[in-house]
Design a protein around this ligand. Structure first.
Ligand SMILES: [Zn+2]
Length: 111
């Protein structure tokens, strides 16, 4: 497996990118109600189910939540293992989708 620090950096960069996009949308919606508070990132996670209210696309909110889970799994040393069957996730899949928590077989099965 790759250096966890490298994976973490990639996940963080992607998360920041998504949050920045979300913040822009959010700013458009709430411009009249004053500055955003610094807990916005936390709120985004909580609002995963209220994506429409948050001005986030459901896809963006879901990806942020997935990235947060991947970061947690990285901390726990479980990163790279399928959350469903426990088998290692293919390197190429992780390369393309670093926040993925399922192997290709389980991902296809869930679809
Ligand atoms: Zn699996």
């Amino acid at each position: 497996m790759k250096d966890p620090a490298v994976i973490r950096a990639r996940l963080d960069a992607r998360k920041q990118e998504l949050l920045a996009r979300a913040r822009d949308v959010h700013a458009d919606i709430t411009r009249a109600s004053g500055p955003l508070d610094k807990d916005f990132a936390e709120q985004v996670v909580q609002m995963e189910n209220d994506a429409v209210l948050a001005g986030l696309s459901a896809t963006t909110a879901a990806e942020i939540a997935q990235i947060n889970r991947a970061l947690k799994r990285l901390e726990e040393g479980a990163y790279g293992d399928c959350a469903v069957c426990g088998q290692p996730i293919d390197e190429r899949r992780l390369e393309a989708l670093p926040h993925s928590d399922r192997c290709i077989r389980c991902a296809e099965f869930a679809r």
